[in-house]
Write a protein that binds this ligand. Structure first.
Ligand code: 2DT
Ligand code: MG
Length: 212
């Protein structure tokens, strides 16, 4: 397994505001890919299972307070600690469907007023996604869906700022998905975009690095 001529997997990230449908759609994508015989795994950031992830989780649930820069760097460290496993999986042919990544990292911290370039810097050199699926929904609509928990950031006024910051991060790897449509319709659209992307990666597209 993992010989250098074997096709690699794709790194596919879902981004969007809270309640945009990322987690449901990520899970459905992975079942779909597995169902048609592709090796795929569901990942999410923050990964709350590591010791860094537990500090992040305590912060998000308001059990601890941290300086804005400090928590920003912890979110980034939480990706770096998974980097080598991420690359190993991709090189062995497994596609990773990732619920949030560096774009959440930058958008949420920049929404607090931190400098955008400062926010991007610690992400330099992480594997760049082959595809970013941005589930686009107006903040007001997302809030109407209910189910905001009591976590930090789950407030309409803050989510509006996050949406603006996400906008500034769009690049050619992004596909903007209208997330206001019925779930099944979105699911079908994501399946076809993702299949095309996986095939493109199999024909030898190298893994690049953020921010490219
Ligand atoms: P979930 O509700 O998806 O668990 O996210 N966040 C996330 C950041 O501020 N920086 C990051 O790097 C990442 C990955 C977004 C928990 C919250 O954490 C925010 C929502
Ligand atoms: Mg949440």
């Amino acid at each position: 397994v993992g010989g250098s001529n074997d096709p690699r997997g794709a790194l596919i990230v879902l981004e969007g505001l809270d309640r945009s449908g990322k987690s449901s759609q990520s899970a459905r994508l992975v079942s779909y890919l597995e169902g048609i015989g592709h090796s795929a795994e569901l990942w999410r950031f923050p990964d709350r299972t590591t010791s860094v992830g537990q500090m992040i989780s305590a912060y998000l649930s308001n059990k601890s307070q941290l300086d804005d820069h400090t928590i920003h760097l912890l979110f980034s460290a939480n990706r770096w600690e998974k980097r080598s496993l991420m690359e190993t999986k991709l090189m062995s042919g497994t596609t990773l469907i990732v619920d949030r990544y560096s774009y959440s990292g930058v958008a949420f911290s920049a929404a607090k007023g931190l400098d955008l370039h400062w926010c991007k810097a610690p992400e330099f050199g992480l594997p760049a996604p082959d595809l970013v699926l941005y589930l686009d929904i107006p903040p007001e609509k997302a809030a109407e869906r209910g189910g905001y928990g009591g976590e930090r950031y789950e407030q309409l006024e803050f989510q509006k700022k996050v949406a603006e910051c996400y906008h500034a991060l769009r690049d050619s790897s992004w596909k903007i998905i209208d997330a206001c449509r019925p779930m099944e319709e979105i699911e079908k659209q994501l399946q076809s975009i993702v299949l095309d992307n996986i095939l493109a990666c199999k024909v030898g597209k190298p893994i690049s690095q953020l921010w490219s």
